[in-house]
Design a protein around this ligand. Structure first.
Ligand code: NDP
Length: 499
């Protein structure tokens, strides 16, 4: 099938992939689901592919396969061999980087330069956790008094995999949000059932092929596309799943917690945010203007760590706004395959409607629209980079996660760090944030006061493979990335031996 991409072409491997058979991966086999669903290019609205979707029956088969693999070949495999298989996966992904990148561009809408970076980060992450396998270590400690009083004794700890893990991933960075869960889980020795978002199935269907090529035993990784309310819910409540790891909205996060109650499975959640960006009077505006703009507009604002609540000091307010408006109005919107594109489309018509409703509500509440605010009159779900000034803390535009290219700016008169922190912390969320100033002492003192899992100074959203990431408050439970990301898939067993 030929598909229009606003005049842009795809590599032959991506074209061939789109014409392939998009089945689920269960127990090492590509199997049919219970129905089909279509995925569309959000920049053009055209159908990219029809793919199989599974429901409870497919989740049951996938969990059973994952349990067999956990108790069988994966559980008994030597650590060095597990390392080699993960390293092999990294090489296969690297060899297929163009395919993985192009699939996230056309399925999600993200600009190609971002998709290229996230693919490279995914390869790095698989390598990072492959390298961590031989460093999974317990400790030795003093045996309990009642045992050592009677005999020589030894106490040590073992780190063991949590077991069968359900991973429910969103559409905003499809490959990356899956890999940052898969790689540490597999390194820990867990087996996995992944439920991608039905909005963006493609890169994980390509990954399913690569899982086979890398040499994982059957059932170690299962990928079941399906809807949240059916497949997702069945996975979250499954009695034979030991842990569920979820990235998505806070509302769905609550449903996951309720669903997990039956067998009290472990839960980790990476949820929403409304991250503060504090621009002090001495900020270097040459850095702050593009940095603050991209804190909001990166990934069309469909980004859990987006910095969308800007607290700008009155001394630099006018100059900052002028720079931000110039930056935002100069951003090139277009198809992600176009190398000039800085901002792509929103994921769907429905989501676009939600973002436009937020924009209308902000206008009605008295926020001042200084740039953007319109949906482009062209096919696809394009919303202009939008900036509201004169915002006050009670406005929905300052409080709610919009998940679109919408910035809200509040003028502040204070440089008192406690007062700035009080403004920044006036939110149920706590995922990210940034501080812009030349005064490093003030920056570090302010960072310490901000209740958030991740705060940057003179940059925003500085995430990395080795850097723990997660939320305070209603932004989530647990941490991903780095050593803490691996710890989330390990249990600790304490052993005492009377010798
Ligand atoms: P959801 O949180 O509903 O979806 C995320 C994932 O959860 C998807 O795979 C979805 O499946 C699945 N899911 C949905 N309902 C259930 C359920 N009852 N049980 C188990 N899994 C479920 O996000 P939306 O796509 O609806 O986006 C809504 C808002 O969420 C956005 O506007 C944004 O504010 C926020 N969001 C935050 C993200 C983050 O990175 N923190 C990522 C994505 C969204 P399916 O897609 O098939 O329904």
């Amino acid at each position: 099938m030929t598909r229009p991409f606003d005049g842009h072409t795809l590599s032959p491997e991506t074209v061939a992939f789109l014409d392939g058979d998009m089945r689920l991966l269960i127990d090492g086999e590509r199997v049919e689901g219970e129905a089909f669903h279509e995925t569309r290019d959000p920049a053009t609205g055209i159908v990219l592919a029809r793919f199989h979707v599974g429901g409870k029956a497919q989740i049951d088969s996938a969990v059973a396969a994952a349990r067999r693999a956990f108790e069988g070949p994966w559980g008994s495999m030597a650590a060095a061999e597990r390392t080699a298989i993960l390293q092999h996966l990294a090489r296969v992904m690297e060899a297929n980087a163009t395919l993985l990148t192009e699939l996230d561009v056309i399925d999600n809408g993200m600009p190609r330069f971002i998709a290229g970076l996230t693919t490279a980060n995914c390869v790095e992450m698989v390598d990072y956790y492959a390298g961590a396998i031989l460093r999974i270590e317990g400790t030795t400690t003093t045996p309990p008094r009642h045992v050592s009083a009677e005999a020589e004794a030894l106490t040590y700890t073992l780190r063991e995999p949590v077991g069968v893990v359900g991973q429910i991933v969103p559409w905003n960075v499809p490959l990356s949000t899956a890999i940052l869960k898969l790689a540490p889980a597999l390194a820990a020795g867990c087996t996995v059932v992944v439920k991608p978002s039905e909005e963006t199935p493609l890169s994980l269907l390509a990954l399913a092929d690569m899982i086979g090529e890398a040499g994982f035993p059957a059932g170690v990784v299962n990928i079941v596309n399906g809807f949240g309310a059916t497949a997702g819910q069945a996975l979250a409540e499954h009695p034979d799943v030991d842990k569920v790891s979820f990235t998505g909205s806070t509302a769905t996060g609550r449903r996951i917690v309720m669903a997990a109650m039956g067998n009290l499975k472990k839960v980790s959640l990476e949820l929403g945010g409304k991250s503060p960006v504090i621009v002090m009077p001495d900020a270097d505006l040459a850095l702050a203007v593009p940095g603050v703009a991209m804190a909001t507009f990166f990934l069309q604002g469909q980004n859990c760590m987006a910095g969308t609540r800007i607290f700008a000091h009155e001394d630099i307010y006018d100059a900052l706004i002028k720079g931000l408006v110039q930056f935002a109005s100069g951003m090139t919107l277009g198809h992600g395959l176009d190398p000039a594109t800085m901002q792509g489309p929103l994921i769907s018509e429905a989501h676009c409607g939600k973002v436009m409703a937020h924009i209308d509500a902000a206008k009605a509440a008295g926020a001042r629209l200084v740039t953007g605010g319109e949906k482009l009159a062209r096919p696809g779900n394009f919303v202009q980079p939008t900036i509201f000034t004169d915002c006050t803390p009670d406005m929905a535009v300052m409080r709610e996660e919009i998940f679109g290219p919408v910035m809200a700016v509040q003028k502040v008169a204070t440089t008192d760090l406690d007062e700035l922190a009080r403004l920044a912390n006036d939110t149920p969320y706590g995922l990210s944030g940034s501080v812009w100033t030349r005064d490093m002492a003030a920056a570090h003192r302010l960072v310490k006061r901000v209740r958030s899992g991740h705060v940057s100074i003179n940059c925003h959203g500085a995430v990395g493979t080795n850097i723990p990431f997660g939320g305070y408050g209603q932004s989530g439970w647990g941490r991903e990335f780095g050593q803490e990301g691996l710890d989330g898939y390990l249990e600790t067993k304490a052993v005492t031996a009377r010798l």
